[in-house]
Design a protein around this ligand. Structure first.
Ligand SMILES: [Mg+2]
Length: 205
């Protein structure tokens, strides 16, 4: 296989590498005396309005989950993420983690430190870590994201983006991956030049 040092894969964290919703559900249910099994999955990515949360209520709950429950350190990885990213990294793909986690002032130390600790603990290979909301401003040959706003924004900016399947993004056009093995297959196709819809990497190093 060709070695592909020049190919940057931009990878989102929450809902792609890490089970944010599961961790937030557990933290929220414990704090509010709710049964986590009765809290439905998000079908619209907003502020967990399905659980009766307002935007402000969500912001407060999210802040507590991050600062008090330390969910960025404790949440479960999405199955297969470490193995798939290692396979791509071993092939020379430059893995750039791109996340919008620094959304509250006063929580940055915990959010950044817990994120870095989590990436190490779950053996996620990456070469840089970008905390940014405006994702098209961070360069990558291909992005993997779950948030409809990010996918739409990236594509509007002319970037190639894979939708990581979640209930709240089913209305978006593909390419779509339902698992990390599907991400791996899709990126491998791009690297090997089998998928002409997505950008090709530069030639062999
Ligand atoms: Mg996400």
């Amino acid at each position: 296989m060709a070695h592909t040092d020049d190919f940057v894969l931009g990878v989102d964290l929450d809902g792609v590498c890490a089970d944010y919703e599961g961790a937030f559900r557990t933290a929220y249910a414990a704090r509010n005396d709710r049964d986590p099994a009765e809290l439905p999955p998000q079908t619209v990515l907003d502020a967990f309005s399905e659980w009766g949360l307002t935007r402000r209520g969500f912001a407060d709950e999210h802040r507590r989950a991050v600062l008090d429950d330390r969910i960025f350190r404790t949440m479960e990885p999405i199955e297969g993420v470490s193995e798939a990213l290692w396979e791509l990294s071993d092939r020379g793909v430059w893995i750039r983690i791109i996340t919008h986690r620094l959304i509250f002032n006063g929580a940055h130390e915990v959010a950044a430190a817990d994120t870095a600790a989590w990436l190490d603990e779950h053996d996620i290979p990456y070469r840089d870590l970008c905390f940014i909301g405006d994702k098209p401003h961070v360069g990558a040959e291909l992005y993997v994201d779950d948030a409809p706003g990010n996918i739409v924004g990236l594509r509007a900016a002319g970037r190639a983006a894979v939708v990581f399947d979640q209930p709240y993004n089913r209305h978006l056009a593909g390419p779509r991956a339902h698992s990390w093995s599907e991400v791996l297959a899709l990126v491998t196709d791009v690297l090997d030049g089998r998928d002409r819809q997505l950008p090709l990497p530069l030639t062999d190093a």
